[in-house]
Write a protein that binds this ligand. Structure first.
Ligand code: APR
Length: 320
């Protein structure tokens, strides 16, 4: 059986890490695509040369032409520019929207059967636009945010409770931004919900609230430390978990930015919700019952995503 093909659109910090992880996990052959000449080729060669030491078999190729992504089973998109000092949100939207147009058209022409995972920010707007430009079925285009935000929440919780990260489950829903919604009542240690753990004296509401706030600004905390870029290890691992669930038909239940058609009272918007990812792409959107506070926070998050889409449509009228 031929190996699967994974196209990484954008060979920057996250793109390179995605390639390394995909190769180490032998998920398939890998094409790193970028507009920068030399970068994808250099990273592909460097990672390929780690193969004999690590013992993985995967072909790695760098490319500057969309023709090289032909027939990809999975495309993971990190192409774009980060927000720089002095740049407004609309400036960033305008630039990355153009990138999504080029990427969407490239995927439509060369890899129309792929499962597409978008990581480029501002995530909820970019994944929506990428789907519009590519014309792929909605269940085959998804955004990576919730897996990362939940992983940050889980890390902080495991640290608070002094237990293994493996036994901490957590959900972060809503948009990928300041308004994201870490759902406390559905977060557990080996099935014991956080509110029960607070009653058992493992922590206090105040300390959990601080962890919730730290999760919300988790990306910014890392930008502040790195100074020259944003997080890339955990974002890449999160993208790979989603790709793996699709490629191996694992049917994992993961929080992802998925297209909603009435679920949670939201229509034609990408927002972070729990979904099942399997060989059929997004096979199911899972509607959980949100308590009043989480529901109100989710609505605030949805409104923020809506505002971004209005801005996108203002920049490119073909999206109306
Ligand atoms: N087509 C292909 N690649 C592009 C394009 C384009 N039109 N425009 C820019 N790129 C490439 C850049 O050349 C660069 O190599 O996208 C890559 C982005 O890499 P980094 O700047 O290192 O960014 P990274 O840290 O990987 O993050 C990528 O994910 O989490 C988000 O906010 C983050 O939007 C950012 C994205």
């Amino acid at each position: 059986m031929a190996r699967k093909k994974i196209a990484l659109i954008g060979a920057g910090m996250i793109g390179g890490t995605l390639a390394h992880l995909a190769a180490m996990k032998e998920l398939g052959d890998i094409v790193l695509f970028d507009i920068a000449e030399g970068t994808p080729q250099g990273k592909a060669l460097d990672i390929a040369q780690s193969g004999p030491v690590e013992g993985f078999d995967a072909d790695l190729k760098g490319a500057n032409s969309y023709e090289d992504i032909a027939g990809a089973d999975v495309c993971i998109v990190t192409a774009g520019v980060p927000r720089k000092p002095g740049m407004s949100r609309d400036d960033l939207l305008g630039i990355n929207l153009k990138v999504m147009k080029a990427v969407g058209e490239g995927i439509k022409a060369h890899a129309p059967n792929a499962f597409v995972i978008c990581i480029t920010n501002p995530l909820d707007a970019m994944v929506w636009a990428l789907r519009e430009y590519s014309g792929l079925p909605h269940n085959m285009v998804v955004g990576m945010a919730g897996v990362l935000d939940s992983a940050r929440f889980r890390h902080f919780l495991a640290d608070e409770f002094k237990v293994s990260v493996e036994d901490v489950t957590a959900f972060v829903l809503g948009g990928h931004g300041d308004t994201m919604v870490p759902v406390v009542e559905y977060s557990t240690v080996a099935g014991i919900p956080l509110p029960d753990l607070i009653k058992m004296g493992w922590s206090t509401s105040e300390r959990i609230e601080k962890i919730v706030q730290r999760t919300r600004s988790g990306g910014g905390e890392i930008v502040g430390l790195l100074k020259t870029g944003s997080a890339f290890y955990a974002p890449a691992t999160s993208g790979i978990a989603m790709a793996e669930s699709y490629l191996k038909d694992k049917k994992r239940l993961l929080p992802c930015a998925a297209h909603l058609t009435g679920q949670y009272g939201v229509d034609d918007l990408y927002v972070g919700v729990p979904v099942v990812i399997g060989a059929g792409g997004v096979e199911r959107v899972v509607e959980i019952d949100l308590k009043d506070e989480a529901k109100a926070n989710f609505q605030t998050s949805v409104d923020a995503v809506k505002e971004l889409l209005v801005a996108c449509k203002g920049i490119d009228s073909s999206l109306n």
